[in-house]
Design a protein around this ligand. Structure first.
Ligand code: COA
Length: 355
């Protein structure tokens, strides 16, 4: 018997050994296929029922509003309130059903990923996706921080200008890619119920444009004059983003615990306390970053009058830094004002309960 004969019989024996498991795999796969088509049929049914119900409840709510305005003031207010509450409750259930069904994304997602479902069907999946988003931001911040340290401190002035520009371009390209990815991930998060404010998504769009401008800005006197300032700004921003990561992932962990109450028990009051402690540490750094953005806008504006300035990138970058400053400052102030109001409301509610 030759070596190749014995090899063949070993393979045949091993295939036979796998026979039982192979049969099991085929059986489970068939069962899975059947269940999948059953689930798809149920999803279709739920979707059409929920659509019909939601439309009807909307109509009925409008009818109720119209009827209430025509009724005399002393008519049965209790009955109207009861109906209103019932309609609201049922509408909520319809929304819950929609959220748990596969849906295609909005216009942006449609253009980029095509007509596929971007819905995360369970709460756990949504939490996991958000957690992954925060981790992604954290790792990318570390990479950018290392690149910024390398570009600021390790590339010596004796290094050739082409080499310096090459490493700068790597960093700018990475930023373009990172912000594009963030915009996509944030659109998926918003599609799945995240309360992320529109400005933060616009902020990342503008950051894509700004990084793109820095990437194509040719080697010139104006680039050299701004380069070091931008590197120091990047270092500062990475530091702020690390503190922001600590705050956001802490919020996520606590909100998840509040939502599931399985991991641990955290009170709403406890969450608010933690949130304000985190915010009061983070906010000064954030405002410092906004002042830095304003300074960059001013510096670039001045630079655009430099006798050697021939690049359109200088006023364009100045304008974007200024818009970022305005948008970030006003949105963060709005967030703080809204949070103060909701904390006050929650405290008043709690005190009322105690009384
Ligand atoms: N980027 C992405 N998502 C954000 C976000 C941001 N900058 N700010 C808030 N969110 C998300 C939150 O995670 C939350 O998501 P969820 O609904 O899925 O749980 C939702 O938006 C609502 O958050 P909100 O309660 O309004 O704020 P917060 O307490 O989570 O965070 C700030 C408040 C001010 C700390 C946060 O908005 C922030 O860090 N902003 C500064 C960003 C910035 O300016 N960066 C540039 C620095 S120079």
């Amino acid at each position: 018997m030759t070596d190749s004969d014995s090899d063949l019989s070993t393979i045949t024996d091993e295939i036979k050994e796998l026979d039982k498991e192979y049969g099991e795999l085929k059986k489970y796969y068939q069962e899975y296929q059947e269940k999948l088509s059953e689930v798809q049929a149920m999803q279709k049914k739920c979707s059409s029922l929920a659509n019909h119900q939601a439309r009807k409840y909307k109509q009925l709510t409008e009818n109720l509003k119209r009827t209430s305005s025509q009724l005399p003031n002393d008519s049965d207010d209790n009955e109207q309130q009861k109906l209103k509450k019932e309609l609201k409750e049922r509408g909520k259930v319809c929304t819950e059903v929609f959220d748990s069904l596969p849906r295609t994304g909005g216009a942006l997602l449609h253009v980029i990923v095509g007509k596929v479902s971007v819905s995360l069907l369970s709460k756990a999946e949504r939490w996991d996706y958000k957690e992954d988003y925060e981790h992604f931001k954290f790792y990318m911040t570390i990479i950018c921080l290392l690149l910024a340290i390398f570009n600021t401190f390790l590339l010596q002035s004796s290094t050739s200008e082409i080499l310096i520009r090459f490493f700068d371009a790597i960093m700018h390209f990475l930023l373009v890619w990172w912000y594009c990815t963030l915009v996509l991930r944030e659109s998926i998060l918003a599609h799945n119920g995240s309360r992320i404010r529109g400005w933060w998504v616009i902020h990342h769009y503008l950051s894509v444009v700004l990084s793109g401008i820095l990437l194509i800005w040719p080697e010139s006197i104006t680039y050299q004059l701004f380069r070091n300032k931008f590197m120091v700004f990047s270092l500062y921003l990475c530091g702020v983003q690390l503190i922001q990561y600590y705050y956001q992932s802490g919020c996520l962990y606590r909100l998840r615990a509040l939502g599931e109450k399985a991991d641990m028990y955290i009170t709403v009051e406890g969450f608010q306390k933690w949130m304000w402690r985190g915010l009061s540490f983070l906010l000064p750094f954030l405002f410092g970053g906004y002042i830095f953005q304003l300074y960059n806008a001013y510096f670039l504006f001045q630079l655009s009058f430099h006798p050697d300035c021939n690049e359109w990138m200088v006023p364009a970058a100045s304008l974007i830094f200024f818009i970022l400053f305005l948008g970030n400052m006003s949105t963060t102030l709005r967030v703080v004002i809204d949070k103060l109001a909701s904390t006050k409301k929650a405290l008043a509610k709690q005190n009322k309960k105690k009384d």
